[in-house]
Design a protein around this ligand. Sequence first.
Ligand SMILES: NC(=O)c1ccc[n+]([C@@H]2O[C@H](COP(=O)([O-])OP(=O)(O)OC[C@H]3O[C@@H](n4cnc5c(N)ncnc54)[C@H](OP(=O)(O)O)[C@@H]3O)[C@@H](O)[C@H]2O)c1
Length: 306
Amino acid sequence: MSQEANRTLVVTGASGQLGRRVVELLLEKPAGQVVAVTRTPDKLKDLGQRGAIVRSGDFNDPASLDNAFAGADRLLLISTDAIGPGGGRLKQHLNAVEAAVRAGVKQVVYTSMPNPDPDSPIFFAPDHRGTEEALAKSPLSWTVHRNNWYTDTMIALGTLPRAVASGQLVAAAGDGGAAYVTREDCARAAAASLASSNTTSRTLNITGPAVVSYAQLAKIASEITGRTVTYVPVEPEAMKAALISQGIPELFAGLIVGSDVAKAKGKMGPATSDYFELTGRQPTSVAAYLATQRTALVGAGAKAAG
Ligand SMILES: NC(=O)c1ccc[n+]([C@@H]2O[C@H](COP(=O)([O-])OP(=O)(O)OC[C@H]3O[C@@H](n4cnc5c(N)ncnc54)[C@H](OP(=O)(O)O)[C@@H]3O)[C@@H](O)[C@H]2O)c1
C-alpha cells in the first residue's frame, strides 16, 4: 500500500454543496481514507456506503471536533455560512483551527475569499482575514484557497435570470469585474490540495480564466438566450435601495453591493493560473458555465414573454 493510501483526509462541512462534492472527488481518486465531518451525518449515508467514514462535528462545539478530527493527516476547513451579525463565523473557524492543532493535523486547507484586506468592502472579509491570520500564527502548515466569486451565484441569486427577463443588468461595479470560478472548480481545487503531499504554507487564488465585467456578462447572456440584455451601471447606494425595495433582505443586498464595489476596485481579480497548476485542468469560463444554464436564464423571461 502506498504512503498516500494510509493517510486520513478529513473534510468539514461535508453536507454542504462544496464539501459533498470534494468528498465525492476524493473517493474517486483514491487518495487515502476520507472522513466526512458534518453537523448532519444522516445526510451522508450514501457517502458512507461509498467508503467515507462519516463523523459528527460542529464548529460551535469544540469538544465534538476532537473526535471528528482524530487521526487527520490533512484537513479541509470549509468556511461556514454563518455570516452576518451574531453569526459567529470567525469564532467557529478559530475553534476549528485550535482543534486541528490539538489533533496534530499536518496540513490544513482553508476556503477563503479574494483580497480579504482591512479595506475590503465585503462585510464578512474580517472572518476570512482572521482565520488566515490564525492559521499563519499556528504551528500548522496550511494552504489558503482564496476562492473567487462562484459563477453559480449569478443563477442562484437570480441576478442573470432577472436581467434576461427585464433586458437590464443593473449593477454597481462600473467597468470592474470578477474572475468568477465555478463551485465545481473550487471543489476540484480543494480535492487536489487535500490529496497532494505538499506541506508548504501558501496562499492560492482560485479563479476562472479571466476577469469578466458586467458589460461582458450582459453580452454573454444575450448570446446564450437570444434576448437583448444591456448593462446599466448605477451607484452603490441606489443599487442597495433598489434591491431592498425588491424584497432582498438587507444583509444580502449589502453583500451584493459590497461585492460590486470590490469588483469596481479591482479586488475580485486578477485571474491566476493557480487552478491549472493544482489540477492540470483549465477552469470553466463564465460563458461555458452559463451555456449549461440556458433554461434557468430564460425561465422567468419565457413566462413573461408567453
Ligand atoms: N465564493 C463564493 O462565491 C461563495 C458562495 C457561497 C458560499 N461561499 C462560502 O463557501 C462555503 C462553502 O460553499 P457551499 O456552496 O458549500 O455552501 P453551503 O452549501 O451553503 O454550505 C454551508 C457550509 O457551512 C457548513 N457549516 C455551517 N455551520 C457550521 C458549523 N457550525 N460547523 C461546521 N460547519 C458548518 C456546512 O456544513 P454541514 O451542514 O455539513 O455541517 C456547509 O458545509 C460557504 O459556507 C461559504 O463560506 C462562497
